[in-house]
Design a protein. Structure first.
Lengths: 500, 472
């Protein structure tokens, strides 16, 4: 496949117009005292609508999306974002709703939230779910605040200060633990999975909870999960489910059945809401009977045929954001759920796991697979043997971009040398998987020189990330006011390994 | 005669999954399998679940019909004379904005970790950061946080990283949701949030109370908002930094207001956060929103969130990349400055597109026009007996506070609703056990407010107050 991305050399937007250094002050707003008034106008270009539309349309043409290319980032579940969801989220009955509208004027939205929360509680095997978190990490953090409340009530917060997690955990897990006031402690994995003996040895009366994603980031199902849950609970600790990888187990098992006490999900992964170039996402908190009282307020409740926001939950952690959650995305997720139904969700998991095993099987001819062959929705390869040719995983990733396909997650999980983490979700057809595999084969067989030079077919050549960090230039103001860094010497920049 | 073979993954293939005849069998065959269940043999039997009771899947037409049935039970604010506001502003959005946000190269992309494949979004985010720097008068901005409240929470944590102490000061007038979010951010590191009372006449911060709090020591930061939780402007804000000395000052500012107000960086703010949804993003019942965050250069490495930097490619041509990632969770793990991963990129794109479509003069002009509408309404409401409007003797822009001397705010708003007026929102803290000392309503003006809407508000308010008089 021959591919060339658009290359517009589009300047930053302020270069499209001549912007005065000191724009005239805006006309005074009556009643606003002199000392609060802006003394000069905002320094920003004045452009016609067409100029603005062209500028951003050109930028969009220099961006990969799921709609342009397979996007097999591990742990990111880059599945097709159904167009019907976009249509529905733009209806006035969804978009033109203010969160402070009287309940009588938002009964449909409240019912949608109520239905989706109940469906997600069923899917996760939990007592209750809340849609308030804006994203997955936000949900982790809120869940750990709930754990804090619960431990405080048991009088054990002073003692239980440790959060345990496997060394394959997403970076958000330890970061959330630290923000919630716990100390994060990593447990080394064996063969890509939790080492039960090491976990048992680490558990103590200082353990607040164990955070786990299952299947884990190596794509492996933690088959000892019931024993893990038993060990965690006998130590008096709680078990936390990171739902980033839920896609693999939809309708087959559930966090609740596996013994988890509290979970977060990412609607922008499993439930197909768009990733938006990095966000917005939508998170879900799901909690067992024991932890549900701590969920954020307000909770939507049904009384007869009416829905109400209930604030009187004395044990609740309170609010974690303004509003009730990212409703615009919740609605998209609900459309996905309705379209699939129960059997459809199970089909999603089956096909995602089938796609992943198929692609893993095909690519294992090219690179080593560090763990057992049976994987779930994603799999990990090691690019270590590329080193013999003086090539790194990063070069392979850049060369893949030249094929018009997005690169997998690289250099994560960190327990695998030169790792690639690949997740081909259920919405990729066999033809697309084969195309990706062929692109992969072409890329890996290319000469080391070509791999080092890649990419060549995109809007830019390899980007100098080291320089970006060494000489931070982070805004137009920086470009205007700080001295330009020394000219690059023309050698190929040694990009640092990007992370998931 | 052989009947149709059973499909290996289930009889009904969901709409968005490929179902070419023989495809699933082919994939299984390549793996040497006949049953997909073999791929799940690693899940213990005891961990399997049975039926969930979620119902059958639906055709796309049925999905549309079902969701439309739900949405028809909503009454969008556009059907009312609408005066709702606060941090979330139901303002007009130019059609060109949604056209750009609907470019699926933007909205179906992931975080731009492969910069060569994502220059479009990276450049747009660099422009977004630049705009927030220009509006705030600060040095560096990040590529967005979840919303204004969580941005304030991250600002609290940054203050603690750059200054000693256990107490964080906030205005007692801050919206209750933000108070609650800030209390949550303070919980982990064992910090406390202390409310500074307002002056009963102006609603502004009691600066003497700020002095007393600072003198008693242990304060690591303070947040003030512009406009404040009452919708008014605090004239004392420019004096605040001199009272705090080295204690960092966070200003939570409305971006539209900043088109006509002195940038907080000019009067000593160390961090400026804000809610950016009002720049053309529909409220969508409260989300997605947009957390804005900027700080002084010296605090850059302690600051949260993704940042885009300008650099060059291998040919020395301008290019953009995520940078300073060693602050972030995926590299630094438990020592990261924040746990944030997914942010609000698409909404940040919307913010800079909106501001550019409207233009800097257009933004200031919009704020001035909305302010005029707010003043017309306030003076009309002030003429009604039993209503204090504006409640506070302080300047204001597009929103202000009304206080009822009789009846309850919720009842008043309900009576207005029945006359097709969304008259604002009650400011009381609904959390159990919180004081409820007055019946205050925040009222805001948008482009949709015209003379007819204002007259309807005034008529409805008079009737509502009279009805309370009769029932009392």
């Amino acid at each position: 496949m021959s591919f060339r991305q658009a290359r517009w050399d589009e300047p930053p937007i302020w270069e499209l117009a001549s912007v005065p250094e000191s724009p005239a002050a805006p006309p005074p707003v009556p009643g606003v005292p002199e000392r609060l008034r802006r003394k000069r106008g905002v320094r920003w270009p004045e452009l016609s609508e067409l100029e603005v539309v062209r500028h951003y349309t050109r930028l969009s043409q220099m961006n990969f999306g799921i709609d342009t290319s397979i996007y097999p980032l591990g742990s990111c579940t880059m599945k097709y974002n159904p167009k019907v969801s976009e249509l529905l989220a733009r209806r006035p009955g969804a978009a033109a709703l203010h969160p402070y509208q009287p309940e009588a004027t938002a009964q449909g939205a409240m019912e949608l939230i109520w239905r989706l929360e109940r469906a997600l509680a069923k899917i996760t095997g939990m007592a209750e779910a809340s849609l308030q978190p804006a994203a997955g990490a936000h949900g982790e953090y809120a869940a750990l605040l709930m754990v804090r409340r619960h431990l405080a009530e048991r009088g054990e917060l002073e003692r239980r200060t440790e959060v345990l997690l496997p060394d394959t955990a997403h970076g958000t897990n330890p970061a959330s633990a630290q923000m919630a006031g716990f100390t994060a402690r990593e447990i080394p994995s064996t063969n890509g999975c939790v080492d039960l003996a090491q976990l048992r040895a680490a558990l103590s009366d200082r353990t607040a909870c164990f955070m786990l994603t299952n299947p884990n980031t190596a794509g492996l199902f933690e088959s000892e999960i019931l024993e893990i849950a038993e060990a965690v609970h006998s130590a008096g600790a709680l078990l936390y489910y990171d739902g980033a990888n839920l896609n693999a187990i939809l309708g087959i098992t559930s966090p609740g059945r596996m013994g988890f006490d509290v979970a977060h999900l990412n609607l922008h992964k499993t439930f197909a809401t768009p990733h938006g170039g990095g966000g917005p996402g939508a998170g879900v908190l799901a909690a067992s009977e024991r932890l549900a009282p701590y969920l954020p307020i307000p909770r939507v409740v049904r009384r007869g045929r009416k829905y109400r926001w209930e604030y009187d939950r004395p044990k609740s952690i309170g609010k974690i954001k303004t509003g009730y959650g990212n409703f615009g995305l919740d609605l998209r997720a609900y459309a996905f759920l309705l379209a699939h139904g129960e059997e459809g969700l199970r089909h999603v998991a089956r096909r995602a796991v089938l796609n992943s095993n198929y692609l893993a099987h095909r690519l294992s001819a090219e690179l080593d697979r560090p763990f057992r062959p049976l994987v779930k929705h994603e799999f990990v390869l090691s690019g270590a043997r590329l080193r013999e040719r003086g090539v790194r995983t990063l070069d392979l990733a850049k060369r893949l971009l030249d094929e018009g396909v997005h690169a997998p997650t690289v250099y994560f999980p960190t327990i695998v040398e030169e790792s690639l983490m690949i997740e081909p979700p259920e919405t990729e057809s066999r033809r697309e998987l084969d195309r990706f595999a062929e692109a992969f084969e072409r890329a890996i067989r290319d000469t080391p020189e070509a791999l080092h030079r890649a990419p060549q077919n995109l809007a830019v050549l390899r980007v100098d990330e080291v320089r970006a960090a060494r000489y931070p230039r982070l805004s137009w103001k920086d470009l205007r006011e700080t001295a330009p860094p020394p000219a690059p010497d023309g050698s190929m920049p040694p990009s640092p390994p990007p992370k998931p | 005669m052989v009947g149709p073979a059973r499909a290996p993954l289930g009889d009904t293939v969901p709409r968005w999954i490929s179902d070419e005849p023989g495809e699933e069998e082919g994939l299984l065959r390549a793996l040497g399998l006949t049953e997909v269940d073999e791929l799940f043999s690693d899940i213990p039997r005891k961990a399997r679940i049975g039926r969930l009771g979620l119902g059958a899947g639906r055709e796309e037409a049925e999905v549309v019909a079902e969701i439309d049935r739900l949405l028809e039970r909503n009454r969008p604010y556009s059907k009312f004379a609408n005066f709702l506001g606060g941090r979330i502003a139901p303002r007009f959005s130019p059609a060109a904005l949604d056209a750009i946000l609907s470019r699926s190269e933007f909205y179906t992309a992931y975080t731009p970790y492969q910069p060569e494949a994502s220059q479009g979004m990276l450049q747009a985010l660099f422009e977004f950061q630049s705009l927030w720097v220009e509006l705030t008068g600060l040095d560096v901005a990040n590529a967005s946080l979840y919303d204004g409240a969580t941005a304030a929470g991250e600002a609290l944590l940054l203050c603690r990283r750059i200054h000693e102490g256990r107490r964080f000061l906030i205005p007692a007038s801050l919206p209750w949701e933000e108070k609650s979010v800030l209390e949550n951010y303070a919980t982990g590191p064992g910090l406390t949030v202390q409310e500074i009372p307002w002056d009963s006449s102006t609603g502004s911060l009691d600066l003497d109370a700020v002095d007393r709090a600072v003198q008693s020591g242990d304060v690591f930061g303070m947040l003030a908002d512009l406009p404040n939780g009452f919708g008014h402007l605090d004239e004392g804000l420019p004096d605040l930094k001199s009272r705090l000395g080295t204690i960092p000052l966070v200003v939570a500012a409305d971006p539209l207001a900043l088109s006509v107000l002195e940038p907080p960086g000019e009067f000593g703010a160390d961090i400026v956060v804000g809610e950016g949804q009002g720049f053309g993003i529909p409220p969508s019942y409260g989300g997605p929103l947009l957390g804005l965050f900027a700080c002084r250069r010296e605090h850059l490495r302690a600051s949260p969130g993704r940042i885009v930097g300008a650099t060059v490619d291998a040919a020395g041509r301008p290019a953009y990349a995520l940078t300073l990632t060693t602050r972030e969770q995926h590299i630094r793990r438990s020592r990261a400055t924040s746990n944030i991963c997914t942010n609000q990129s698409l909404v940040a794109l919307g913010f800079v597109v909106y501001a550019t479509l409207v233009g800097p003069r257009g933004l200031a002009d919009l704020e001035r026009r909305l302010s005029e509408k707010a003043r017309t309404l306030a003076s009309g409401l002030g003429g009604i007996e039993g209503v204090s409007a504006p409640r506070f003797n302080a300047p204001y822009l597009h929103e202000f506070t009304v206080e009822l001397r009789r009846g309850s705010a919720l009842e008043f708003l309900d009576r207005l609703r029945r006359r097709k007026v969304l008259g604002g929102h009650a400011l009381a803290d609904p959390r159990p056990g919180r004081p409820h000392d007055a019946e205050r309503i925040l009222v805001a003006a948008t482009e949709a407010v015209d003379d007819t809407a204002i007259q309807r508000y005034l008529r409805s308010a008079r009737a509502a107050i009279e009805a309370v008089g009769v029932s009392a």
